[in-house]
Write a protein that binds this ligand. Structure first.
Ligand code: PLP
Length: 450
């Protein structure tokens, strides 16, 4: 962008005119926003020229890293050839058709169709509407209750915020979407008590069966969850959890929906988190890593059980977005998939860079402030505690997580705070040297926070 202003000018204009997502305004006005002007590889650069290692891939999305010319060039070419046309009313264009074909090819075998959206939240809302539509078409409209999880995150639209289990978001919804209930999350460190991780995973999964029985199995339409809860604090379920959930969904015949908005496109070392856990969701919501965040795009991967009904005898599905399958976004997604495939980026996460990150990240467990260091693929989390042995947390008013985050930013590292859980999800192309830098900076910032 060519307009150039001083940092103070940008901050004053930002504070005066720009309403930000998920931002505390007292804090923003007091400190001024951080103005990021450019990025390259795994580094951001702010208006002062400070170089910041991005431990969060933006918002879990820049999987192939910043500054990939191939993506910019493909977008430019597509804008000149066909910048926009819709996929409504029996029209389509090659980028959307080709992207649907390629996604079906790389998704698990039972996925046969794709519905495109503009974001993760739109994907979630689309999946909710598909669930309702599916049971209507099956002549069981009374099956309309969807079970989500406490502390799950499924976006910010009214549907996504209702389905998510974030207490603070629910408080601001005057009318949450009805027919949504929540069970507990499989967060062993925080809630496992004396149970082993495996026992705890089973116990939490069996809450799904208990909830279905309580509601009446004939009323339950679907279970909807992230394979690994991202925004909730990188909550990696014990290995016993997902197989049990799959069994329960099969036993009651309810739909299983995996929200792959974060897990999809390589973060676990597989194309999808569902593959990592060996589950077979009927619907998979995607966004973020689909285009590595270069342009907005999302979608729902639809398994044959739902797709055969919706996509053939289902009649018109009164749903869609102006930008569903946008040609520029689809062209960028296709090129992004090519990079992921040809540069073997996901394979590298699985076989080499992921294990290295986990080995280095795990050393943070030795820090006096850290109660647990966990991770998987290119995810990581550390739990900040006042007492390691008893896992006692800090007083909430101390805002230890936020203080740690500030120290990180000031020392050239983006690490996110979810309460007192510090999380990372770096670009999948991070090198060993950059991983070393990330862990060294994280240690230093923990020292500053202590
Ligand atoms: N689902 C999950 C699992 C997410 O993490 C997010 C965003 O972080 C969303 C849905 C919503 O995506 P978007 O912000 O693109 O609407």
């Amino acid at each position: 962008m060519t307009t150039s202003r001083s940092k103070a000018e940008w901050q004053a204009l930002d504070s005066a005119h720009h309403l930000h997502p998920f931002t505390d305004y007292a804090d923003l006005t007091a400190k001024g926003s951080r103005i990021i002007t450019r990025a390259e590889g795994v580094y951001l650069y702010d208006v002062d020229g400070q170089r910041i290692l991005d431990g969060m891939s933006g918002l879990w999305c820049v999987n192939v890293g910043y500054g990939r010319r191939e993506l910019a060039e493909v977008a430019g070419r597509q804008m000149l050839e066909l910048p926009y046309y819709n996929n409504f009313f029996q029209t389509a264009h090659p980028p959307a058709i080709e992207l649907a074909r390629q996604l079906v090819e790389l998704a698990p075998a039972h996925v046969t169709r794709v519905f495109f959206t503009g974001s993760g939240s739109e994907s979630v809302d689309t999946a909710i509407r598909m669930i309702w539509r599916y049971w209507q078409l099956r002549d069981q409209p009374q099956r309309n209750i969807i079970i989500g999880r406490k502390n799950g995150y499924h976006g910010s639209t009214i549907g996504g915020a209702s389905l998510g289990g974030m207490g603070a978001m629910h408080k601001q919804l005057a009318y949450p979407v009805g027919g949504i209930v929540h069970i507990e999350q499989p967060f062993w460190f925080g809630e496992g008590g004396d149970l082993s991780p495996e026992e705890f995973g089973l116990a939490r999964a069996r809450q799904l069966a208990d909830k279905i029985e309580e509601l009446g199995p004939e009323r339950v339409a679907a279970f909807f969850a992230e394979p690994i809860q991202g925004a909730g604090g990188v909550i990696i379920p014990p290995a016993s959890y997902w197989p049990e959930i799959q069994k329960i969904c099969d036993r009651y015949g309810i739909l299983l929906v995996a929200d792959e908005v974060i897990c999809g496109f390589g973060r676990t070392g597989q194309w999808f988190g569902s593959e990592y856990y060996g589950i077979k969701p009927d619907l998979m919501t995607i966004a973020k890593g689909l285009t590595s965040g270069y342009v907005p795009m999302g979608g729902v991967l639809v398994g044959e059980r739902v797709g055969d009904l919706l996509g053939s005898e289902g009649g018109e599905f009164y749903h869609g977005f102006t930008y569903s399958g946008h040609p520029v976004a689809a062209a960028v997604a296709l090129e992004n998939l090519r990079l992921l495939r040809e540069e073997q980026i996901i394979q590298r996460v699985r076989e080499e860079a992921g294990p290295y990150l986990q080995q280095r990240w795990g050393t943070l467990a030795e820090h006096p402030l850290v109660g647990e260091a966990r991770g998987l693929g290119f995810f990581g989390a550390i739990e900040l505690v006042a007492d390691k042995a008893s896992r006692q947390r800090f007083d909430e008013d101390l805002n230890v997580g936020m203080r740690c985050r500030e120290h990180c930013f000031n020392n050239g590292l983006v690490m996110r705070a979810v309460g007192d859980t510090m999380i990372i999800a770096p670009p999948l192309v991070m090198t060993h040297a950059e991983i070393d830098e990330l862990v060294e900076k994280a240690w230093k910032c923990l020292d500053l926070t202590a």
